[in-house]
Write a protein of this length. Structure first.
Length: 270
């Protein structure tokens, strides 16, 4: 399952406020910078225009990100998904600048096209987007560049989880081919019911314990039955204790996350 939203946001804020500028990332991946990369400054400023018609927005997004590669009717689904990200940038308070709009659209474009090309899972798509967002939220050149504040990261995380990640399965189903397997069965031969046995005086009723195939079910002694019952009772007690401990740990982690967010907000106000 995906990491809860509150944990995701708190980890983001933690790394933004506490990571040392001198520390180096463990990963040796090739960094992807999205600031005015896929979306130059002039188109970014044009997209921020609130008077821009919906048809014009679709056309600009299609040209910038090469969405012509998707065939209809899939192309319209992808374009509307990009428009959803654009609408978030234009309607968030305060409205994103051209630099932030260009960066967020670029991050989403890289993560989404990787998901489509490599057919990755929902969790991997989430991780790719999170790593790219983190790389543009900390000023630590040349390893990362800060385009978003902690407040922006919080808003983007909530938007991504609620509007994109939650429906990733639907987009994945829509944009990938489906293979259907049809199975047909045929009757090779027919078997009738066995004939009824006549009731005669030779039939003798015997105890179930004397039937060879059932003897293995009656080999347990009273002591063994009591031992099994006791083991079952102990396992139930341990399971109840484990469930209670897990619930207490979850509540404790929730309180720690809430206290941590309060401290982060206090640091930001200073």
């Amino acid at each position: 399952m995906c990491m809860p939203l509150r944990i995701f946001i708190s980890k983001m804020a933690s790394r933004i406020t506490k990571e040392s500028p001198k520390s180096k990332p463990k990963s040796k991946r090739k960094d992807i910078w999205c600031i005015f990369n896929q979306v130059p400054s002039e188109p970014a400023g044009r997209l921020l225009n609130r008077e821009l018609e919906v048809a014009e927005e679709r056309q600009v997004l299609t040209e910038l990100f090469g969405l012509e590669e998707f065939e209809e009717p899939f192309r319209s689904v992808v374009v509307e998904l990009y428009r959803k990200v654009l609408t978030f940038c234009k309607t968030t308070d305060p409205q994103f600048s051209a630099e932030k709009l260009s960066t967020l659209l670029g991050i989403f474009d890289v993560a989404f096209k990787k998901a489509v090309k490599k057919d990755i899972s929902q969790q991997k798509f989430y991780n790719v987007f999170k790593q790219l967002l983190l790389a543009h939220s900390i000023q630590r050149p040349p390893y990362s560049l800060c385009a978003f504040s902690s407040q922006d990261v919080t808003a983007i995380a909530e938007f991504f989880v609620e509007e994109v990640y939650k429906y990733y399965g639907l987009y994945h189903f829509k944009l990938h081919p489906r293979y259907e397997l049809s199975l047909n069965t045929e009757t090779l031969f027919k078997v009738g019911l066995p004939p009824e046995l006549p009731i005669t005086s030779e039939i003798v009723e015997i105890s179930s314990k004397e039937i060879p195939d059932l003897k293995k079910f009656f080999h347990l002694t009273i002591e063994e039955i009591e031992t099994e019952a006791r083991e079952k009772e102990i396992n139930e007690i341990l399971q109840i204790a484990k469930t209670r401990l897990q619930r207490e740990m979850d509540e404790k982690m929730k309180r720690q996350d809430e206290d941590f967010l309060v401290e982060v907000q206090a640091l930001e106000k200073k």
